[in-house]
Design a protein around this ligand. Structure first.
Ligand code: GLU
Length: 281
């Protein structure tokens, strides 16, 4: 029995790539008699908007996809993330980071931690509770120390390949943001485990997130899922579909009277509307 999840961030409208991702995860779960979970990744309070959550639900209904309860909303899960952070902290593997917003924004601009490595400015500084009490700070993983403890992570892809990460794949990732009790990687592994997710199916551009997430699973004693990093849907000329692109959102397709169930079935059969193509990351 396979448990999958679709985990959109409500920062914009969904596009065909999201539809493919959701339809694929749904198919894998349903054909095994398992569960398909939906999770709203809304920890970024500045970029997430509630109306995009409503639209996401409408889009999934339109595609003919049904999800199993509970619907998980990350902004309501602070205590679970705090407990996980504490568990990593108890192993002496986190440090507070006071780096400015612009440093961090630059790092977060690339998708999910694919940015240049954190230069380590705050690593190894003596703990200063007064500074912590008065200045906003995030919490970072000390990757070097973590690796010395548990070694380099590896993972298994749905096609059976066993892949190994390298030291360069791992950074001192932010585990808790200055403005939220968790950052993407920590929340993701905590929630995947809480839902009993056995197959993490997501687009290939998130493959770079897998080493750090496997490392966190090991540190937290969480079960290891299998990973399916599926193709991306791109414009026929190779350009990425960006949420900020005006077209083609699923909402626009819905409003144009296009049939969602047929769209989902076509995507699963490898058929895309004119002007789009599948690509590896
Ligand atoms: N929230 C992420 C996104 O919308 C997906 C995270 C994941 O599937 O692990 O890109």
């Amino acid at each position: 029995m396979i448990v999958t999840r679709f985990a959109p961030s409500p920062t914009g409208r969904l596009h065909l790539g999201h539809a493919y991702s959701a339809a694929l995860g749904h198919q894998r779960a349903r054909e095994s008699g398992g569960k398909f979970l939906l999770r709203i990744e809304d920890l970024d309070g500045t970029r997430c908007r509630p109306e995009f959550v409503d639209e996401t639900l409408d889009d999934l209904h339109w595609l003919g996809l049904t999800w199993d309860e509970p619907l998980l909303v990350q902004s309501q899960r602070a205590s679970a993330y705090e407990a996980a952070l504490q568990r990593v902290a108890d192993q002496g593997l986190v440090y507070p980071c006071f780096c400015t917003r612009s440093d961090i924004a630059a790092a977060l601009e690339a998708p999910h931690g694919a940015a240049a490595h954190y230069p380590g400015t705050c690593r190894g500084m003596p703990d200063d509770p007064e500074r912590r009490a008065s200045l906003p700070h995030s919490w970072r993983l000390d990757a070097q120390k973590a690796l010395a403890l548990v070694g380099l992570p590896s993972w298994t892809e749905a096609d059976g390949r066993h892949l190994h990460s390298t030291r360069e794949d791992l950074d001192d990732a932010i585990l808790a943001r200055k403005d939220a009790p968790a950052a993407y990687h920590l929340a993701c592994v905590v929630d995947d485990a809480a839902g009993g997710v056995t197959l993490v199916s997501r687009a290939a551009d998130l493959r770079s997130s897998t080493p750090i997430q496997r490392l966190l699973q090991t540190l937290l004693g969480l079960p290891e899922p299998v990973y399916l990093h599926h193709s991306l849907v791109v414009h026929a000329d190779g350009r990425r579909l960006a949420k900020r692109d005006r077209a083609p959102t699923l909402a626009a397709m819905r409003e144009a009277g296009i049939d969602g169930r047929t769209t989902a079935a076509d995507l699963l059969a490898g058929k895309l509307p004119l002007g789009f193509a599948f690509a590896q990351a």
